[in-house]
Write a protein that binds this ligand. Structure first.
Ligand code: HEM
Length: 290
């Protein structure tokens, strides 16, 4: 549980977020190509060079933060990052609302027993088990099997992306919220069979659905972009956030997707419990056929 002071700040951020969501309703959206502020890395779709992590660099289980370090937007060694810097760069790079960009690093600082304003962290530190990192992830094996969570688990990512059932106007493949739910349900059903220490409290289900929902919001579900982001932890050339709202993706707006993903994951799991593995097989087949 977050400390009392952090809880008060979290509540204040929720009210701030409501204000930002209202502002977004009336403010003109960014024109495509203009989301990253001028002068910031990625403005006009030009990202700093991608350099793979070197031995000794710190990386963790978050593909989006690893990508920031791989491009040198966060320190390339992934070390001694200030929480305030993290807030700033996830806002300019991914166009999350400033409220979200404050809330998650604040929560992370509290989770590590550090000060949001004064302390620093290494990316790998964020992998404190059952802090934000949890079992049954979609891009990593459970930490019980692989304590170092920095490497993506390719078979999971390929399977997840193979569930894509949507098509964009230009004909490209799209991952949909229900596709995420199908794979998340599968992971939540299978992981406990292989992991004797398996746990997934309500808060970690919510975090799981939140992390995964960035794939269909910030990345717009574009398989071609997700392949690069999740497998190489690289920001595609010319990429920008799919969120065109002036104040970015607020928690209000994001939670609509998160709750939909979480609800459908539960529904699929309940159907499997009631009707057995056939439901899972049908649902998987449906995902593959679109
Ligand atoms: C704000 C600071 C952030 C922190 C502290 C953070 C932390 C984490 C952690 C610890 C995980 C591993 C969770 C697990 O066990 O599955 C994770 C996963 C993930 N995060 Fe982040 N993250 C942050 C921002 C972001 C942003 C801005 C995005 C997208 C633009 C993002 C996208 C993802 C994705 C796609 C996953 C993989 C989910 C999975 O494997 O199931 N994160 N993040």
């Amino acid at each position: 549980m977050p400390s009392f002071t952090t809880t008060l700040q979290l509540v204040a951020i929720i009210f701030w977020d409501i204000g930002l969501a209202l502002y977004n309703l009336v403010a003109p959206k960014y024109k495509p190509g203009c989301v990253v502020p001028l002068g910031q890395p990625g403005a006009g779709g030009v990202w700093p060079a991608y350099v793979k992590p070197k031995p000794g660099d710190s990386r963790g289980s978050c593909p989006a933060l690893n990508a920031l370090a791989n491009h040198g937007i966060l320190p390339h060694d992934g070390k001694a990052i200030t929480f305030t810097e993290l807030s700033r760069v996830i806002e300019t790079t991914y166009n999350f609302a400033p409220s979200f960009c404050r809330l998650v690093p604040l929560f992370a600082a509290d989770m590590l027993g550090k000060s949001y304003t004064k302390d620093t962290f290494d990316l790998a530190e964020l992998d404190k088990h059952n802090g934000i990192e949890h079992d049954a992830s979609l891009t990593r094996k459970d930490s019980y099997h692989v304590p170092d969570q920095s490497e993506p688990y390719v078979p999971y990512i390929e399977e997840l992306l193979s569930y894509a059932s949507g098509t964009a106007e230009d004909g490209s493949e799209l991952l949909m919220p229900d596709d995420i739910s199908r794979f998340a349900a599968k992971r939540r059903l299978e992981a406990p069979k292989e992991n004797p220490n398996f746990s997934l409290e309500f808060i970690h289900k919510f975090f799981g659905s939140s992390n995964a929902s960035t794939m269909v919001t910030i990345f717009g579900g574009r398989i071609s972009d997700l392949e690069i982001m999740l497998l190489e932890e690289r920001i595609p050339d010319g990429w920008e956030s799919r969120i065109l709202k002036r104040k970015g993706l607020t928690m209000q707006a994001f939670n609509n997707t998160v709750l939909k993903v979480e609800r459908n994951t539960k529904k699929i799991m309940a159907a499997v419990a009631a009707h057995g593995d056939q439901v899972a097989a049908d649902s998987e087949e449906h995902g593959k056929q679109g």
